[in-house]
Every structure is written in structure tokens, then in C-alpha cells.
Design a protein around this ligand. Structure first.
Ligand SMILES: Cc1cc2nc3c(=O)[nH]c(=O)nc-3n(C[C@H](O)[C@H](O)[C@H](O)COP(=O)(O)OP(=O)(O)OC[C@H]3O[C@@H](n4cnc5c(N)ncnc54)[C@H](O)[C@@H]3O)c2cc1C
Length: 288
């Protein structure tokens, strides 16, 4: 199908993009990697009056740590860059495990982490990762910037907390309290598929004691699910058979799976239990 008519704008600066967004209001859509937006407009599920393509704006394609150890991911940082990042490999194991599991090389070479959070697809992997890591989105409008925790940014399926006129300019992952470990496990029907079940685990430990635990699920609810009860059960504890079993049970209880072509609800809940057990038994575990 052909998309409906739209104005195409390709600003060269962020200020120009923000002026355009303000002028078009909620009639406009930002275009980043286009991997979700373009299929939507081709299928006419979306019919924006204007597309503001931010790809010509320099200074948005980066990921870097600041002096306090926070990680910033710019709005045009592609999945592929994160997949190949030595910084992620050495310091951000949950993110490093996730990037290669997003779709296929074509999608990864264009799609962006920030775009994925904005798209808020319940099957999206990055939102679970950012929930587990306590991540934030920094949104900018002509009026200035505001910081939105990812837990408040994804407000429902395909709905985010941006106001008309705002662009998500970067995501932030706070510095860990202690040593960071973690992984992302994803069950897919075939390589490149969306998750049947996904699990993000991010631990911050000192001398074996968990200062902070982040667990979030993909594909087993109307949105990505933060497993708050499991996180609280792990905080201040050490990992052993009993604490792992308790966290796995609480995470399985938090899941809200539905029976569909990817499997029965019962099967998916069981996968959540198994994934949590596996990830906490070996936080460096990678999806097979
Ligand atoms: C075949 C296929 C398979 C896929 N498989 C997976 C998968 O397994 N796991 C997964 O997580 N994802 C998957 N995706 C989605 C992919 O990760 C997309 O890259 C991502 O969802 C959107 O990122 P994007 O940069 O392409 O955003 P776009 O498509 O450009 O935009 C998506 C939405 O976000 C908005 N937006 C984007 N950037 C901003 C911004 N900076 N500020 C404000 N609004 C913004 C747009 O207006 C639009 O509404 C798949 C996509 C395809 C086509």
C-alpha cells in the first residue's frame, strides 16, 4: 500500500526540528530509523500530516559515559552501533546482550534505541532493558528539557509520555551502585522474530550483596512489565537457590501472558520462571 500524503521535513538542527514540531503540533511524527514508523504509514495505521526526519541533525548519533559513570545514548544511535560497542561489552552487559537480538542486521543498522522506546511496542526489547536498568528519557521542546523515567515514559501499548512538540533527544542509564552484571534472554520462534518471552536482568552488587536488582519482561503483557516484587525480594540479599527461586516465582506471577500463535499462557509463564532462574544462576548467561 502507498502511504497517505504528508509533508516531508528534513531539518539540519535540533532547534529547527523543534520549531517544526511546534508548528505542526500532534499532526507531526519524528522519523529516526524508520523501522517501525515507515511500515505503519505504508499500512496506513498512521497518517501523519508531516514527517520530521531527524537524520540530518548532527550530534545525535553517540553513546558515551559521563564523569559520574552515567551512560547516554543519543536519539540517532543505532542498534548496530550498540551491538558492536566495546563500552557496552565491558560495562553494560544487559544492553550488550540485547543489541544482537533485535531483529536482523538490516533493522539493526537503521533502527535506534530511543526510537524503540518512543514506539513503545509491547514486544520491544529495549523498554524491558531500560526498566531493569532504571533508565530515563530526556525530552526536549522549545521550552527546554525534562527527564522522564522509562517506567513513566511507556504509558501503554504504542503510547509514550511525550507531549506534542517534544523530541526524545537521549536516553540515560544511571551509574551502578557497585558492580554491574546482567543479561537479556529472549525466546523467539526463529532468529530475528519478536520475543515470545524476553527477560532483562540487571544487578548491582557489592561483595556478593545485591544493592539493586532490575528485572523486566517482554512479550508477556500489554506492555513491558517491571517485576517490582521480585526486585524487592532480591535487594539486600545474596544469590542462592532460595532467593533465586523466590524471585523466579514472583516474576512468573507478575507476567500477564496470553495464549497466541507463539504459545500458551502457561508455557510462557513457565519460560519466565526458567529464564529468571537461569539468568540469576549465571548473570553472564547469553541467549542460546
Ligand atoms: C522486521 C522487523 C523486526 C523487528 N524486530 C524487533 C525485535 O525483535 N525487537 C525490537 O525491540 N524491535 C524490533 N523491531 C523494531 C525496531 O527495533 C525499530 O528500530 C524500533 O522499534 C523503532 O526505532 P526507529 O529508530 O526505527 O524508530 P522510527 O520507526 O523512526 O519511529 C518509531 C516511532 O517513534 C517515534 N520516534 C522515533 N524517534 C523519536 C524521537 N527521538 N523523539 C520522538 N519520537 C520519536 C516516531 O515518531 C514513531 O512514532 C523490528 C522492526 C522490524 C521492521
Amino acid at each position: 500500500m502507498y502511504p497517505s500524503r504528508f509533508h516531508y521535513e528534513a531539518p539540519r538542527t535540533l532547534d529547527e526540528a523543534l520549531d517544526l514540531l511546534q508548528a505542526y503540533g500532534d499532526e507531526a511524527k519524528v522519523l529516526a530509523g524508520g523501522q517501525s514508523l515507515i511500515p505503519l504509514i505504508k499500512l496506513r495505521f498512521a497518517a501523519p500530516a508531516a514527517i520530521i526526519d531527524i537524520n540530518n541533525i548532527s550530534g545525535l548519533d553517540y553513546h558515551e559515559e559521563d564523569s559520574d559513570g552515567s551512560l547516554y545514548v543519543g536519539a540517532l544511535c543505532r542498534h548496530r552501533t550498540l551491538e558492536r560497542s566495546p563500552l557496552l561489552r565491558s560495562k553494560h552487559p544487559t544492553m550488550s546482550a540485547t543489541a544482537p537480538l533485535i531483529s536482523d542486521p538490516m533493522v539493526r543498522s537503521r533502527g535506534t534505541l530511543v526510537g524503540s522506546l518512543c514506539h513503545a511496542d509491547p514486544q520491544g526489547d529495549w523498554a524491558s532493558v531500560m526498566l531493569a536498568l532504571g533508565g530515563e528519557i530526556i525530552a526536549r521542546s522549545t521550552g527546554g528539557e525534562r527527564v522522564i523515567p522509562v517506567s513513566q515514559f511507556v504509558v501503554g501499548p504504542f503510547q509514550n509520555a511525550l507531549q506534542p512538540g517534544e523530541i526524545a533527544v537521549r536516553a540515560r542509564v544511571p551509574a551502578p551502585r557497585g558492580t554491574r552484571s546482567g543479561t537479556y534472554l529472549k525466546l523467539e520462534r526463529r532468529v530475528g522474530d519478536f520475543a515470545t518471552v524476553g527477560l532483562a536482568v540487571a544487578l548491582e552488587t557489592s561483595g556478593g550483596t545485591i544493592n539493586r536488582a532490575g528485572l523486566a519482561l517482554t512479550g508477556v503483557g500489554p506492555s513491558n512489565i517491571q517485576c517490582t516484587a521480585a526486585e524487592q525480594a532480591l535487594a539486600g540479599k545474596t544469590l542462592n537457590a532460595s532467593t533465586i527461586d523466590q524471585a523466579a516465582r514472583l516474576a512468573a506471577e507478575a507476567a500477564q501472558p496470553k495464549t497466541d500463535v507463539r504459545g500458551s499462557a502457561e508455557f510462557k509463564r513457565h519460560v519466565v520462571y526458567t529464564f529468571v532462574t537461569r539468568a540469576l544462576s549465571n548473570p553472564q548467561a547469553r541467549a542460546a
